[in-house]
Design a protein around this ligand. Structure first.
Ligand code: NDP
Length: 328
């Protein structure tokens, strides 16, 4: 029987990375496309997943045997704070439709994408997979976070009632080509890249919000793509897996900004605006479970993450090359 993998949210940062990896890795590698496999990357023009009728049509059109479910309403802090009900409701509808039709159309396996913001606001660090439901998420994004948390609850319920093979992945901060580089509503890396590039073009200062001291774990979208493909093929358990670089790989916002300045070739005034909030100093997540699970396959070499500097340089160059083609 052939394998049809439907990737929802296929036009986004993570979907595009999976498409890149599956089409460029050799067939013989752990992450390359296998003979007989068909991969479908769907975006919202193929069907609005908030709508059950359109979702069912998408499943009937492609008849997926496997689903990587990435589609979500995502946004920065401002949007999350302002539209809490919209984030809760839209994501709940999307997730419910995708899991319901995966079940009724006999999909063999689903991996849904959560986020580290599902974790409780008051929690002991490092984050690990056992702590998701230990307390309420941060109030700033409780709509998005609670909708994502419910996917883990639904996965367990589908398994207990119907024996479904549904699970979830929890990535830390992702960056790479095809990110949202919007100046007002993007994550830290794409926002800083765009800001620095504009400062160079306009001969204006490059001002980074905050002190630059906070530490974060960033995962390159192509590495994350490989980990999703690993989960699809080699992981069969309902419990989520944190997909992240190790805690020792945390980097400061200042070192991110320094590297961007160098790669963009910006030579003007560069400063940190410490009147702006820093956010939490660090919120490390453990990737111990991921590394232990991946190393159980003795036929494969240990997974190597792309060095951060190399991945950041690649992303900056991609943005600059694609700036006039609409990367924003
Ligand atoms: P993007 O915002 O880049 O892409 C979102 C994707 O979802 C697009 O393909 C979009 O389609 C699709 N989509 C949105 N709404 C609908 C809808 N109603 N019906 C059908 N498709 C829809 O997201 P990312 O690639 O950044 O994120 C992918 C997943 O990873 C998400 O679940 C997100 O929560 C999670 N995640 C992301 C992190 C990050 O740092 N980016 C960190 C942790 C988790 P279209 O282009 O047509 O709008």
């Amino acid at each position: 029987m052939s394998t049809v993998v439907l990737v929802t949210g296929g036009s986004g940062l993570v979907g595009k990375a999976i498409e890149h990896v599956i089409n460029t890795e050799p067939e013989s590698s752990r992450f390359g496309k296998r003979p007989g496999e068909k991969w479908v990357f769907a975006n919202s023009t193929e069907g609005d997943l908030k709508d059950p009728v359109q979702t069912e049509k998408l499943f009937e059109k492609y008849k997926p045997t496997h689903v990587i479910h990435l589609a979500a309403l995502v946004g920065g802090l401002f949007k999350n704070m302002k539209y809490k009900l919209t984030f809760l409701r839209d994501n709940t509808l999307i997730n419910d439709n995708v899991l319901h039709f995966s079940h009724t159309k006999n999909v063999q396996k689903v991996i849904s994408c959560l986020s580290t913001c599902v974790f409780p606001d008051k929690v002991t660090y490092p984050l690990d997979e056992t702590k998701i439901h230990d307390g309420p998420p941060h109030e700033s994004n409780f709509g998005y976070a609670n909708a994502k948390r419910m996917v883990d609850v639904m996965n367990h319920a589908y398994k207990e009632e119907f024996g479904c093979n549904f699970t979830s992945a929890i990535p830390t901060n992702v960056f790479g080509p095809h990110d949202n580089f919007d100046l007002e509503d993007s994550h830290v890396i794409p926002g800083l890249i765009h800001k620095c590039y504009r400062a160079k073009q306009n001969n204006t200062p490059f001002a980074v919000s905050g002190t630059g001291k906070p530490l974060r774990q960033f995962i390159f979208s192509y590495d994350l793509a490989r980990l999703f493909i690993w989960m699809l093929r080699e992981y069969d358990d309902v419990e989520p897996v944190i997909l992240s670089v190790g805690e020792e790989e945390e980097v400061s916002i200042k070192s991110v900004a320094d590297k961007i300045v160098k790669t963009v070739g910006f030579q003007g005034e560069y400063k940190f605006d410490s009147t702006k909030a820093d956010g939490q100093f660090r919120k490390p997540a453990s990737n111990k479970r991921l590394l232990t699970l991946m190393s159980q396959n003795k036929n494969e070499q240990q997974f190597k993450f792309t060095p951060f500097d190399e991945a950041l340089e690649y992303t900056v160059k991609w943005f600059v090359e694609n700036y006039n083609k609409g990367a924003r």
